[in-house]
Design a protein around this ligand. Structure first.
Ligand SMILES: Cc1ncc(COP(=O)(O)O)c(C=O)c1O
Length: 408
């Protein structure tokens, strides 16, 4: 991985060591090939429904008239409605083990916040959550869910932090972004030694926890569906939407070695045209937060002063892509496509009408990417296996679907 630039005082590494459970900091720097999942975490994941189904979307295939086999990895079936629960449980476990009493985090569209709120409850911890303001206003039900679990939810930018007050002074009606919310949460956690700051994405330990996605997919394709992945000349695809990169890296991570060894596999990131870092950004150093708490990292960026327009895909509205996702893109291991929210929601609606599954707008981008792959497939080539990460449920996003698609 490229060097990080970390020259502040305190340094970002010192800040990270203060606010994160030690085990997670160690995982970030680990060069071990495998790290075992602690038994209590495995047990809770099992109780929550893991492994989640790998669903063959036969009615969608028929509608498209394609010979490609399209599979959906159904993270929408988890109790909080998204894959975010996988790492929330693991991180809460390590925080509790270390004697921390409060979990502090940011959330975009609210799925991560819901997962932290539930994981906090599982381990008897408090949860304090900074939610991007425009998403909080668009999706009040996610706030209600977090509050039902006993979590405290604040809009970001927040008047409770110095960085939040400064942002609000400069731009009083700032809609908030993951950049503002990360800064609020880190500053808030720094002032509270009994608190642990949890990251929902972007960090190696989060990707590590999410690798169970790609591992389960490999087993399920082989053992349940009898599919071999990466057959020569077929161009199989693993597709996920990409915000901070955790569902994408979780899906493709366990398959990187096979691709490097020559398997015919394509990895595809679907991003939002509201924050098109991988497709339009420049590859340079920058920070993922606005408060200067994180180091400068090399990644595809739209610049720290880029304010993504408010839309219904809160989980994809970051200004700077993670170093790992960016490196994979830079090296040509990862392809990327961007869709506007209408196209993504139309893809989501098609999935509802064919398979009866309503996915989150973020996941709609991955579905749109799969439709694109099918549309562009060479009619004479072998028909690929396409795995789409259905990262979350859209049942709490119906207002967004309605607002955008009502007229069509
Ligand atoms: C349902 C859903 N999918 C995808 C994402 C994007 O996150 P990541 O890029 O870390 O997978 C989010 C983030 O909030 C989300 O809630």
């Amino acid at each position: 991985m490229p060097e990080v630039r970390d020259s502040g005082s305190p340094t970002a590494a010192e800040i990270s060591a203060r606010i994160r459970p030690r085990a997670l900091v160690e995982q970030n720097g680990s060069d071990q090939k495998r790290i075992a999942i602690p038994e209590p975490v495995t047990e809770l994941l099992r109780q929550c429904g893991r492994p989640t189904p790998l669903h063959r979307a036969r009615r969608l295939e028929k509608h498209l008239g394609t010979g490609a086999r399209i599979y959906l990895k159904r993270e929408d079936v988890l109790p909080t409605g998204s894959f975010k629960l996988n790492t929330a449980i693991a991180q809460a476990y390590y925080a509790a083990e270390e004697g921390r009493t409060t979990l502090v985090t940011e959330t975009g569209a609210g799925q991560w916040g819901m997962s932290v709120a539930l994981a906090a409850r599982m381990f008897g911890l408090r949860a304090e959550i900074f939610m991007v303001r425009c998403s909080l206003e668009q999706k009040p039900y996610r706030r209600h869910y977090m509050e039902l679990l006993g979590a405290e939810v604040q809009p970001s930018p927040s008047p409770r932090t110095a960085i939040g007050r400064k942002i609000l002074q400069d731009v009083p009606d700032h809609p908030g972004s993951l950049g503002t919310a990360i800064s609020d949460a880190i500053e808030y956690a720094l002032g509270r030694p009994s608190a642990a700051y949890l990251a929902g994405s972007g960090m190696p330990h989060v990707y590590l926890h999410q690798t169970l996605l790609g591992l389960e997919v490999a087993t399920q394709l082989r053992e349940i569906h009898g599919e071999a992945l990466g057959v020569e000349g077929r161009g199989d695809h693993l597709i996920a939407c990409s915000g901070g990169g955790s569902n994408l890296c979780g899906l493709i991570g366990p398959h990187l070695r096979a691709k490097a060894d020559g398997a015919d596999l394509r990895f595809l990131a679907a991003e939002s045209t509201a924050a098109p870092r991988l497709t339009k950004g420049v590859y340079e150093y920058g920070r993922t937060d606005l408060g200067g708490f994180t180091p400068e990292v090399l990644g595809y960026t739209l610049g720290e002063d880029f304010i993504p327009p408010p839309n219904h895909v809160g989980g994809l509205r970051n200004h700077h892509s993670s170093p790992l996702v960016s490196l994979l893109r830079h090296k040509g291991v990862l392809d990327a496509v961007a869709f506007d929210q209408r196209t993504a929601l139309e893809a989501g609606r098609l999935l509802l009408r064919t398979e009866g599954l309503l996915l989150a707008p973020e996941a709609g981008h991955a579905v749109a990417a799969a439709l694109d792959v099918v549309a562009k497939a060479d009619a004479h080539a072998l028909e690929p296996v396409i795995v789409v990460l259905a990262s979350g449920s859209g049942l709490l996003d119906l207002q967004g679907y309605n607002e955008v698609l009502l007229d069509t």
